[in-house]
Write a protein that binds this ligand. Structure first.
Ligand code: PDD
Length: 286
């Protein structure tokens, strides 16, 4: 079951007019929200980021947080599996093709749910390979825009060589991954790039830094140079669907000793524990 503009229906039934500005211009924004035990994780934060994306491209939020919460709850109930991920997609709507914003057009709202398949234990035990590439995206990477062509091309560069992610470098500094945030660990310190217009403010990124702070793991939020990436003892990747993963090879060379390190092990465990606590309702899942 999916949700499209007021109605619940099967995905096969769903139809979008070809003049939808999402189709024509990639003129829209999206969110990806993980659901554990049928409860959306960090819902308030995801809806806040959605609001930021909508404000940034000047689309009026079609729903209040309470309405979003209600729609998502109904969609979760209508789909199989306790662990799902929700994909929310809002475009500027349907109008005759013209770059300028159309007047009086309602946004298109689409939500779907898919099974959440977090990385298998075997993959976490070895870690994954990544490559680096020059970050050639625009200068508003803080907007979760549906126009993902640069991200698609950058991620495919990794897939083409059997790697899972592309670590992006801009003017000598690391920004993020093509579809994830990236952390560096060095001498027991977790390094995170600062949130700005060059990266998506990841919800998982925030959880990781909160866990580090709460458990006395030293961390620094600051610009991370290409040299620090290449000489990292550990590289970690985070996203709502991949949670936390160790990158153990970069551009064909081992990261640190080439196996997942202690920072990963500690943060992964803390993340799993935190999820369980949140699911049991013992900790506010904001
Ligand atoms: N992507 N940076 C980029 C460019 C991303 O696309 C994502 C997530 C992240 C991580 O953000 P979060 O922790 O909030 O998921 C960082 C989602 C999962 C996607 O496009 O499918």
């Amino acid at each position: 079951m999916i949700y499209l503009n007021g109605d619940f229906m099967s995905i096969e039934e769903a139809r979008i007019p070809v003049l939808d500005r999402g189709f024509i211009f990639g003129d829209g924004v999206y969110e990806v929200i993980p659901v554990y035990s049928r409860r959306p994780f960090r819902l308030t934060e995801h809806l806040r980021r959605l609001q930021h994306s909508l404000d940034s491209i000047r689309i009026t939020n079609p729903h209040t947080d309470a309405e979003w919460g209600d729609l998502l709850e109904r969609l979760i109930a209508a789909n199989e599996g306790d662990d799902q991920y929700l994909y929310l997609h809002i475009t500027r709507g349907v109008a005759k093709r013209d770059h300028a914003f159309p007047k009086g057009v309602a946004p298109t709202v689409f939500i779907m749910s898919n099974p959440l398949l977090t990385p298998p234990k075997e993959l976490l035990a070895t870690g994954v390979a990544a490559i680096t590439a020059s970050d050639n995206r625009w200068l508003r990477c803080d907007i979760k825009a549906i126009s993902l062509l640069p991200n698609v091309l950058l991620r495919q560069m990794a897939v083409d060589v059997g790697a899972v992610e592309t670590v992006l470098l801009r003017e000598g500094f690391m920004t993020e991954g093509a579809a994830s945030n990236i952390f560096v660990a060095k001498d027991g310190v977790l390094l995170a790039p600062p949130k700005n217009h060059l990266m998506l403010p990841g919800i998982t990124y925030d959880v990781v830094l909160e866990l580090a702070a709460a458990h006395d793991i030293p961390y620094e939020v600051r610009e991370i140079s290409e040299y620090e990436v290449r000489t990292a003892q550990e590289l970690l990747l985070t996203s709502s669907t991949k949670e936390i993963m160790p990158i153990t090879r970069l551009d064909g060379k081992p990261v640190g000793d080439g196996s997942p390190g202690r920072m990963f092990a500690q943060l992964y465990q803390l993340y799993q524990n935190y999820k369980v606590t949140v699911m049991r309702g013992n900790t506010p899942n904001s």
